[in-house]
Design a protein around this ligand. Structure first.
Ligand SMILES: *Cc1c(COP(=O)(O)O)cnc(C)c1O
Length: 494
């Protein structure tokens, strides 16, 4: 049976999966969601013997129903190959009683590779399927990791241009270097004078600009998105939760049917929403623990039912989570209204106008499986250091937030349920902060000296992705104001 998608704001419906991927964002500003969440058609026991690629097929075939088996398997095999430094693709490390699901073994060493190594393939197939003749312009806002992963994925992909906006002072040095050294004729990146929310809001505004869309069309272009607002990002992220459960099962860490908790370091709410979808598909997941840094909008939301972005934006050592408007929460809100697009659209309108909205008691009840937590800088550093000292296992600052929140939760609830922590980036992407956590002081040395020192202190190897940028020439230098992003796009396409 074909699964169709509709906008969470109600003005677009009966859209196929490939059309939803092509569009990225619905014309009414909403996000595409399927009419129902499909159930896995194999048992967890059967799934537990599969490779990552085979698991990917079993999950994605249920969502992307207008792709043929051959198309989907091709996309999967092109994505999850030797670009990853391990055949397992997403290995699990057990440390200090928790299971760290390492999602950073792809080419840009953050979890965005899990979806962005396949999105270009899904997009190219979608373009063929829908007889798209225009060039597809992938417009993307990044808090640091999506940008590089999207540029790497789309570089020199025929029929596409990739444009990335990142906050000038809101990303790590390694993240910035990764982006500005990216090769490929069709790759473009601009540093904006603003924060991530400015970048994301600007991109969404361009998507909603009909005159601009018409102008682009006249010149043979159409827009799409590589952000997790694109359902083509979300679906591949469901896979690793299914895979992780299967691996715990086949490794006899859990027994059949045993429920696990999942902790996810959260920014735009994409990764944890994928875990929720895995649960709805039938993976025995109990609690979804949503870990925030000091930008704790989501923690407050799950406590009070009030989403309120009216607060100071704080730059932290986990920059990929420095977000006050978590786009994918809209998908959960939509589901919690019983797919009442009107109700959701009203709340989103309120968010746009006042920066805040309140959900009803019923909607809040719908979200009981989500538990919010947050960790500040000192706690994060302490967690990274203690874990390393006790076990020799090194995690990055985002995973540190998740591990901190996990410890708080366990202390508070005495819940001993086996727990998977999503480990979202290599420590080397945030070397300065990780080294500071280990040594207890800030190093003022050059970034690459810090990286060498981190390797020495931790006894871990420097990833290839970091070695590559050590000497790579800077190829992109564009900067722009947050109100001139449209002009920047025109400049790139001219
Ligand atoms: C993007 C990112 C996150 C946040 O993920 P969301 O899906 O936006 O919630 C967390 N950690 C790292 C390292 C990231 O790159």
């Amino acid at each position: 049976m074909e699964l169709s998608y509709q906008s969470t704001r109600g003005r677009e419906a009966n859209v196929t999966a490939s059309q939803a991927i092509l569009k990225g964002l619905a014309a009414d500003g909403g996000l595409f969601m399927p009419c129902f969440i499909p159930r896995l058609d194999k048992t967890m026991k059967e799934l537990s013997t599969l490779t990552y690629q085979e698991t990917a097929y079993e999950v994605m075939k249920l969502f992307l129903t207008d792709y043929t088996e051959e198309e989907l398997k091709n996309c999967i095999n092109c994505a999850y190959d030797s670009k990853f430094d391990t055949e397992e693709i997403a290995p699990i490390s057990k440390a200090d009683g928790a299971y760290y699901l390492e999602l950073y073994h792809g080419s840009t060493i953050a979890f965005k590779d899990m979806a962005l190594s396949i999105l270009p393939h899904l997009m190219t197939v979608a373009a063929k399927k829908n007889q798209v003749k225009n060039k597809i312009v992938i417009l993307t806002a990044t808090s640091g990791d999506t940008g590089k992963a999207a540029m790497a994925g789309f570089a020199d992909v025929e029929g596409t241009e990739i444009i990335v906006f990142y906050p000038k002072n809101g990303v790590s040095r390694v993240q910035e270097l990764q982006m500005v050294t990216q090769k490929g004729k069709n790759t473009h990146v601009a540093a904006i004078h603003g924060n991530f929310d400015d970048a994301q809001t600007g991109v969404k505004k361009i998507f909603g600009d009909r005159d601009f869309a018409a102008l682009l069309k006249k010149n043979g272009y159409q827009l799409s998105s590589a952000n997790s607002i694109n359902i083509g990002r979300l679906v591949p992220q469901v896979v690793y939760y299914v895979y992780a459960y299967g691996k715990l099962l086949s490794g006899e860490e859990i027994s059949e049917g045993e429920r696990i908790n999942v902790v996810v370091p959260t920014g735009n709410f994409g990764n944890i929403l994928a875990a929720y979808l895995a649960k709805q598909m039938g993976v025995p997941i109990d609690k979804l623990i949503c870990a925030s840094n000091e930008n704790k909008v989501l923690y407050d939301f799950f406590q009070s039912g009030i989403y309120d972005r009216n607060r100071e934006f704080i730059l932290t050592s986990s920059p990929s989570m420095d977000i006050l408007i978590s786009s994918n929460l809209e998908r959960l809100i939509y589901l919690s209204t019983g797919c009442d697009a009107k109700k959701n659209a009203d709340l989103m309108k309120e968010l746009g106008e006042t920066g805040s909205y309140t959900v009803t008691p019923d909607m809040k009840k719908f979200m009981v499986d989500f538990i919010g937590g947050y960790a500040g800088e000192a706690e994060n550093q302490r967690t990274i250091k203690e874990l390393f000292d006790r076990t020799g296992y090194l995690i990055d600052t985002h995973t540190g937030v998740a591990a901190s929140v996990y410890h708080q939760y366990k202390e508070r609830t005495k819940d001993e349920t086996r727990t998977v922590i999503a480990s979202t980036a290599s420590p080397y992407k945030f070397s300065g902060n990780v080294l500071e956590a280990l040594e207890g002081k800030k190093s003022l040395e050059d970034e690459f000296k810090i990286i060498d020192r981190l390797s020495e202190v931790s006894g871990t190897d420097i990833p290839q992705a970091v070695e590559e940028i050590r000497t790579a020439p800077v190829l992109h230098q564009t900067e722009c104001g947050r109100d001139s992003m449209k002009e920047a796009v025109m400049g790139f396409l001219a």
